[in-house]
Design a binder for this molecule. Structure first.
Ligand code: DGY
Length: 326
């Protein structure tokens, strides 16, 4: 039985050394890593190094009694039953911060693609429909002077908003902030923000309170002709309602990198030319993904070596006194 299960061949040269040091087995690409797989293959492990789409449920945790750490190679950790892990004294770690800029860049790629119809224009040309410059060909939304509405002004939201000035956009936001944003930005309640934003971008973690946050009622409150961008988690948005509002033209466009039931995409979105659909590549910069992998391995190694991880997602001082942990 390996001591450590790494559920994907992470893109870092450090993986080999890590596995040699910590008796690690790497799950090959293409394997279905579901609950049953983790219960079976993780049973004797002290560490699981996981991806954001690998479900570390209560049942998995119970099936892995020797487990000391779940090191997610992602900032999000909605795939892990954190309460169950915490109750068992199992560390749950993530990789916050390292992907903020990459995700913010990709968010802007979607904003620009949606507002200036980049993907639609590319298809138009490839289909042989470009017959010369025309003043009204593929008109889109000018960004200058428009309002960027940010839901969730955490690290990634802040990086997205920071870039808005370069495009002449005003920033408004909803959600708690550790400190006032270091640029002009107006705080609003959510309904006011929905009505004010020309481009609304979502940067909240998936929790019980954000699941379905942009439901039909709230989508209907968005400014007519606005653009919705989601690079956070798909389940924050009612995809069916969004598809209807895009099809009717009530909303101008949507740029999505994440979906409610990945890798499935709501069929209503697939045929829409005003939906730009990406396969969850927000953090997919080479250095960024390598750093995420290194960070996850570092967290797992620290715990296996008897120390505390760099980024546990639950407060260490809440460790149950009945659980013996380094
Ligand atoms: C994360 O780390 O949570 C992101 O969704 C990966 O791109």
């Amino acid at each position: 039985m390996p001591k450590t299960l790494v559920t994907y061949p992470l893109p870092t040269p450090r993986l080999k050394d890590f596995c040699e040091k910590w008796d690690g087995v790497v799950v090959p690409k293409g394997t279905t890593v579901d609950e049953a797989f983790l219960m079976r293959e993780g049973a004797g492990c002290e560490a699981l190094v996981t991806l954001l789409n690998h479900p570390v449920t209560r049942r998995v945790l119970e099936a892995c009694p020797r487990l000391r750490v779940v090191a997610n190679a992602a900032a999000g950790f909605d795939n892990v039953d954190v309460a169950a892990a915490r109750g068992r004294g199992v560390f749950v770690t993530n990789t916050p911060g390292v992907l903020d800029r990459a995700t913010a860049d990709l968010t802007w790629a979607l904003i620009l693609a949606c507002c200036r119809r980049v993907v639609e224009a590319d298809r138009f040309l490839r289909e042989g429909r470009f017959h010369g410059w025309e003043p009204d060909l593929l008109l889109g939304m000018d960004l200058n002077g428009k309002v960027l509405g940010v839901v969730g002004m955490g690290r990634i939201g802040t990086e997205v908003a920071r870039r808005a000035g370069a495009f002449g956009m005003k920033v408004a936001y909803h959600g708690p902030t550790a400190a006032p944003p270091p640029f002009p930005a107006e705080a609003m309640d959510l309904d006011a923000l929905l009505g004010a934003a020309d481009v609304l971008t979502l940067h909240v973690p998936l929790t019980p309170s954000t699941r379905g946050l942009l439901d039909r009622r709230r989508l209907m409150r968005m400014k007519p002709g606005a653009v919705l961008i989601n690079t956070s988690r798909g389940a924050v948005v009612d995809e069916g309602a969004l598809a209807e509002l895009l099809a009717s033209g009530r909303l101008r466009a949507a740029g999505l990198d994440v979906y409610e039931r990945e890798p499935a995409v709501h069929p209503g979105l697939m045929g829409l030319s005003n939906a730009v659909l990406l396969p969850h590549i927000g953090s997919a910069g080479e250095e960024t993904r390598r750093t995420m992998a290194d960070w996850a391995l570092e967290n797992a190694g620290r715990v296996l070596g008897g120390g505390a991880p760099l980024t546990n997602v639950w407060p260490l001082d809440t460790l149950s006194p009945f659980v013996k942990n380094p």
